[in-house]
Design a protein. Structure first.
Length: 491
């Protein structure tokens, strides 16, 4: 057994002072060589894994005071071919397992550049974008030193989408103007100035990215959400659901649809209280807004004519979405019924689409929705589109489920209800898709809910309530989870 190395760091630089010691450690099997002058005490992991994990430390050991520049200063990771770009006095590139440090001459760090890890420097944001406005072309399969114009647009648009984005872009523009002469980049400064001005709406230049073109047209969208919609669309296109024809329509089904949809959002009533609200119009004096929520939902989902309306155009989509929300939230005028949000909103760790991107993101999502064929797939997509954009100040989950079920009612397929006990399953699958792009669980969850709904006896309130009780539908989801109780399919 080799004795434990006296050198504990995962990465060691060989110098005149420690060369003999490193040589002995290598002979004893305690160290191995990664590249010229670079050794590691990690004998298990692949060399390229070790290098990428310790990239900046290695760079600082080999090129102290180097300036991380060009595309690397924006991406902060190796390019697709492993290239990392720096400014230093070294004449040759440095080859490491999985990474190649590409060097070039350039202006030393400016006062606006930032001290980085272990003595390295990092180009300021403004310098990074300014230098990336230079056109560079890949050679012999190598990554280009600077990012393509389309990527630059997308990244600047991403900055603009965040809180305070206007001021952030103006700061980049102003600093770039100040440092462009020192760097000898007046042409690049003019290009960046025009690009930022166009994104801010104060100038006019040709844009290349979809996000930039959409912003220029007046309908900017969230490209990350579009990618998520496309991921769900891809999965749905490969999913051929079995058709579940709707059971005979009775007031029991839309009643419990409204009841459970509101319960999910925290508007909780006993069933008999909800019956009085929906069938007698008796809104409780101590909870008028909550009462109007469930009554508004019921008025929509019990209206067969309304529930058979689905959008054929984007204008139809906006009209249905806003008009249904207006009815749903009539009892909460402070929430601006039927009007898109003017302030950002979130649920837990999920930050939804920014107000200025709502209409554009809905439009892009609707374009994806249009190519789906199966009513179930369209319903799933529609529900997620509205829920993920969260276009209103409140009531988004309820209106999303209304839009979902309208797709099914129109095609005479079974609606989907989410019983109280199934709430956590539903929200967990929704979050898994939103945060981690896990599509299968979300589709499977709604498919099970539809199957469950199709097996309930909806011929009367009494029979429906009996089936729902037998299958644990009304149980508190957290208590049910703690006791291992699940939603059961009716036998």
């Amino acid at each position: 057994m080799p004795k434990k190395s006296e050198i504990d760091s995962e990465i060691i630089l060989s110098t005149k002072a420690n060369a003999d010691k490193i040589y002995r450690e290598v002979l004893q099997g305690n160290l191995r060589k990664l590249a010229a002058k670079i050794y590691t005490s990690n004998l298990q992991d692949k060399p390229e894994v070790i290098v990428k994990r310790n990239l900046w430390q290695i760079l600082s050991l080999l090129e102290p005071e180097a300036l991380v520049a060009d595309r690397t200063a924006i991406e902060m990771k190796p390019a697709e071919d492993g290239s990392v770009f720096i400014i230093s006095n070294r004449k040759r590139d440095i080859k490491l397992p999985g990474v190649i440090i590409r060097t070039r001459k350039g202006h030393k760090p400016l006062p606006t550049d930032k001290a980085f890890l272990d003595g390295l420097y990092l180009c300021s944001v403004a310098r990074s974008y300014l230098e990336n406005m230079r056109v560079s072309r890949p050679r012999d399969g190598e990554a280009a030193r600077t990012l393509p114009r389309e990527i630059i647009e997308e990244k600047l648009d991403s900055i603009l989408r965040k809180s305070g984005g206007d001021e952030a872009l103006k700061k980049i523009r102003d600093e770039a103007r100040q440092i462009s002469k020192k760097l000898g980049l007046p042409k690049e400064q003019k290009k960046l100035d025009d690009l930022i001005g166009t994104l801010l709406g104060t100038r006019e230049t040709k844009l290349k990215s979809k996000a930039g073109i959409a912003r220029k047209s007046g309908l900017p969208f969230d490209p990350n959400r579009l990618a998520l919609f496309q991921k769900l669309h891809q999965e749905l296109r490969q999913t051929i659901p079995s058709m579940k024809l709707a059971t005979k329509t009775h007031e029991a089904l839309p009643f419990f649809e409204a009841y459970f949809s509101n319960f999910i959002e925290g508007t909780e009533f006993e069933v008999n209280e909800a019956e009085e609200i929906c069938f007698e119009g008796r809104v409780p004096a101590n909870r008028p807004a909550d009462g109007h929520d469930i009554l508004g939902t019921y008025r929509i989902v019990s209206n067969q004519k309304e529930m058979k309306k689905v959008p054929k155009t984007f204008a139809d989509f906006l009209e249905l979405l806003t008009s249904r929300h207006a009815v749903l939230m009539k009892g909460r005028p402070e929430k601006n019924p039927g009007i898109f949000k003017t302030e950002g909103n979130r649920a837990g760790s999920t930050l939804f689409v920014s107000p200025e991107l709502v209409e554009g993101t809905l439009k892009k999502g609707f374009e994806v929705y249009q190519s789906l064929e199966s009513p179930f797939n369209k319903a799933v997509f529609m529900m997620f589109l509205v829920a993920e954009v969260h276009p209103f100040a409140d009531g988004n989950g309820r209106v999303a489920r209304i839009m979902m079920n309208a797709e099914l009612v129109t095609s005479q397929e079974q609606r989907i209800i989410i019983p109280t006990v199934y709430r956590n399953n539903y929200l967990t699958s929704l979050k898994a898709l939103s945060h981690n792009q896990i599509t299968e669980a979300f589709i499977r969850t709604l498919s099970f809910a539809q199957d469950y709904t199709s097996r309930i006896d909806w011929s009367s309130l009494k029979s429906a309530k009996k089936d729902l009780e037998k299958t644990n539908a009304f149980l508190d989801p957290n208590e049910a989870d703690m006791n291992g109780i699940r939603l059961k399919l009716p036998s």
